[in-house]
Design a protein around this ligand. Structure first.
Ligand code: ADP
Ligand code: DP6
Ligand code: CO
Length: 397
């Protein structure tokens, strides 16, 4: 069509111009890493705005291993917003999460151009009517439909936080497309409305999601507790026990827990606030023993509230539990020798283990795991040691 390829690039989008020299349309690509919580988010007080029942804290992993990469393209020849995840189209239906995030970012673009900066250049396209081909049409970029393609380089919906990296990458890519001068905190408010855990992937290093108290959610956002450089010795080992899609999504699982679990009420009132303080102090002091103790305790309690749900939810399997036994034994020996723990397991809503440890122990733990869970073909139920990732710096747009 005469519309296609006739968008003039917006000089405000210089960064994208460098990336897309040949593209005649507006396009931006962003990647985001996963984050694995030490203090788990599980429960919403507002399901539409995604406001949590408790604060949480996570470590953002390096993008070298697990990441989502998302490309957004605006083109007036598109008839509507569309999104493909790993090559398969996902419906965008308002007021769903995808539609909400896209609408929020379009709103910011509209405000940026119309209110804040009246001289900001507009998108200019050729008229669709051949007769008026010489007449240019002025179009606001915020009104142009977008096509979005996202890929995860690791199992989706398997308890490895794909919704976190996925929505962080989506928000980052649209923010780049629209050249929004937003801080990661502001973007975290939008990513939160895609998937709660996604707000924490807007920062690298050690990140808290403060639950907030306001009804509009404007104080429920991610904040950096410490950058990666504060404690670069920290490593995460990801053990992919199963890459199957989980039986109960995080969204529906936590909703059922909120409705049926008394233990959750105890957890959010009496346990998490204390643990948030403990883990922040452990991170600031680089006290791995304290970090490990509270991380494992919180993983255990999260899986206990899943079990306390009606009907009960089981995210871990026999292999997950064997890995716990191995780490407990490894720590028992370490405590006997030095009085301190050397590793911490944690499990999200799935059977896959994440083991936090310091660089100096990585080799020993990998050898231990490979010894007890052989990686060779021929074993029926081995798990794949996916990555020995360092803590990440944060997103790269
Ligand atoms: P996980 O443990 O992997 O986070 P969830 O149940 O929380 O599993 O969420 C999985 C859902 O997140 C997917 O079904 C999909 O809707 C969404 N999602 C995953 N990756 C992406 C992505 N790259 N872009 C957009 N949405 C994504
Ligand atoms: C166990 O963020 O995936 O990984 O907000 O409904 O999308 P939604 O849920 P999601 O839940 C994550 C739960 C968890 C713990 C955590 O990451 O804090
Ligand atoms: Co998730």
């Amino acid at each position: 069509s005469s519309f296609c390829g006739s968008l003039r690039r917006n000089p405000a989008n210089k960064q994208q111009d460098i990336e897309n020299k040949t593209a005649m349309v507006y396009q931006a690509t962003a990647s985001a890493p996963v984050n694995i919580a030490c203090i788990k988010y599980w429960g919403k007080r507002d399901t539409k705005l995604i406001l949590p029942t408790n604060s949480s804290l996570s470590v953002t992993l390096s993008q070298d291993h697990l990441r989502s990469t998302t490309t957004s393209r605006a083109d007036p020849s598109f008839s509507k917003d569309r999104l493909w995840l790993n090559g398969k189209e996902e419906e965008i239906v308002a007021p769903g999460r995808l539609a909400t995030c896209i609408a929020e970012l379009k709103k910011l673009r509209k405000e940026l151009v119309e209110d804040k900066d009246e001289s900001a250049p507009k998108v200019i396209a050729d008229s669709i009517l051949p007769l008026f081909a010489l007449l240019k049409m002025i179009i606001q970029l915020s009104t142009v439909p977008v096509h979005i393609a996202s890929f995860n380089n690791f199992p989706t919906a398997a308890g490895l936080a794909s919704s976190a990296s996925g929505f962080a990458a989506l928000v980052s890519s649209l923010a780049a497309l629209y050249a929004l001068p937003c801080s990661p905190s502001t973007l975290s408010l939008i990513a939160r409305q895609g998937s709660g855990s996604a707000c924490r992937s807007l920062f690298g290093g050690y990140v808290a999601w403060e639950q907030g108290v306001l009804d509009d959610g404007s104080d429920s956002l991610a904040v950096e507790v410490a950058p990666r450089s504060h404690w670069p010795e920290m490593h995460a080992l990801i053990c992919v026990v199963s890459d199957d899609k989980k039986g109960t999504s995080s969204t529906s699982g936590m909703q059922r827990t909120v409705q049926t679990s008394e233990l959750l009420q105890h957890r959010i009132k009496h346990v998490v606030p204390k643990r948030m303080k403990e883990i922040e102090a452990a991170i600031k002091a680089k006290d791995f023993d304290a970090f490990a103790k509270v991380t494992m305790a919180d993983s255990n309690q999260f899986h206990a509230v899943a079990l306390d749900t009606e009907p009960p939810i089981f995210y871990m399997n026999d292999v997950s539990r064997s890995i716990i036994a191995l780490i407990v034994e490894y720590n028992r020996v370490a405590i006997e020798k030095t009085g301190k723990r050397k590793a911490a397991y944690t499990y999200d809503a799935g059977p896959n283990a994440v083991i936090y440890t310091l660089q100096e122990n990585v080799k020993e733990i990998v050898e231990l795991i490979v010894k007890y869970f052989p990686q060779k073909d021929g074993f029926k139920d081995p798990f794949q040691l996916f990555a020995g990732g360092s803590v990440g710096e944060g997103r790269v747009v």
